[in-house]
Design a protein around this ligand. Structure first.
Ligand code: A2P
Length: 271
């Protein structure tokens, strides 16, 4: 049976090129979703929207998975939002972490969901499903996102209502936090939610809501246009492909760090 190896701190052999950080907070949302916050290593820099490899020592060996950093680049702590996969090699252990436990983190952050990969535009659409909201949790707390765009539209679609809670709490916290609402013009931020497998005020996949125009009707905004709109997509492989297809049909061009353009994509990592 796999067990989390928890040697006393002074016995811990941290692999080279890896930080060992302390868990500061754990919050479980559903049977399958939780967030946790950790200390941030001195000198660890990243751009809002990037991901990093997170790991645990399991049976004496480090095991890592890619996690988007959900906290903004300026945050003193790091936040992660995770799925709990039954029998998942990492998440079956990670879901049991408690305040004071140690996690491993590789030193190099990376990723394509960064503002630098987009050319200037008026509106930024952030399309997410499930835990794909994590990189956007970082970007909607970053002042640069508000400086570069007139409107920020975060869409989050899940199977069930309870899976929307992390995003709902986050947006409420941003809008109510004195420091954040002074720094960021939070009236620019729109949060659109939909659910696919339960009754809810908006029901349906984000792709279907885009195609039918229901999304834009709800937002009171015009249809997507690469002249004004930029987009970031984070979700399952199938969701990425279908959303990307819709954008490309509207003449959006994929951007990259060295070639900023109209949209960027990143897979929501799950085991
Ligand atoms: P559905 O319930 O119709 O499968 P998952 O947890 O499987 O990643 O799904 C998260 C959300 O993404 C669900 O609401 C799911 O809808 C939706 N989804 C799954 N596949 C696609 C797709 N190809 N395009 C758009 N949304 C999708």
């Amino acid at each position: 049976m796999n067990t989390i190896t928890k040697p006393a701190l002074n016995e811990t052999k941290i692999p080279d090129g890896v930080f060992q950080e302390t868990v500061l907070e754990v919050q479980h949302y559903t049977e399958t979703l939780f967030k946790f916050r950790t200390t941030r290593p001195d000198g660890f820099r990243f751009r809002s929207g990037e991901f990093v490899m997170i790991g645990l020592m399991i049976d004496g060996k480090p095991l890592y998975r890619a996690y988007s950093i959900a906290s903004p680049a300026w945050g003193e702590e790091l936040e992660f939002y995770s799925i709990k996969v039954p029998n998942g090699p990492l998440t079956s252990h990670l879901q049991k972490i408690k305040v004071g436990d140690k996690i491993l983190m590789r030193k190099k952050p990376t990723g394509t969901l960064v503002i630098d990969a987009l050319s200037p535009g008026k509106r930024l659409y952030m399309f997410s499903t499930g835990t794909g909201i994590a990189p956007f949790a970082s970007l909607i707390r970053d002042i640069e996102t508000y400086e570069k765009f007139d409107e920020l539209i975060l869409t989050h679609s899940c199977r069930e209502i309870s899976e929307l809670q992390y995003g709902i709490d986050l947006v409420e916290e941003i809008k109510n936090d004195e420091m954040l609402s002074e720094l960021l013009d939070t009236s620019k931020l729109h949060h659109f939610t939909s659910v696919t497998r339960e009754d809810y005020k908006v029901r349906g996949r984000i792709t279907d809501l885009m195609k039918s125009g229901e999304l834009f009707k709800h937002l009171g905004l015009p249809a997507l246009d690469p002249k004004n709109d930029r987009a970031m997509i984070c979700g399952s492989t199938a969701m990425l492909k279908d959303t990307q297809h819709i954008l490309e049909k509207s003449d959006f061009i994929e951007g990259a760090n060295n070639r900023p353009a109209d949209y960027v994509i990143e897979r929501a990592f799950a085991e």
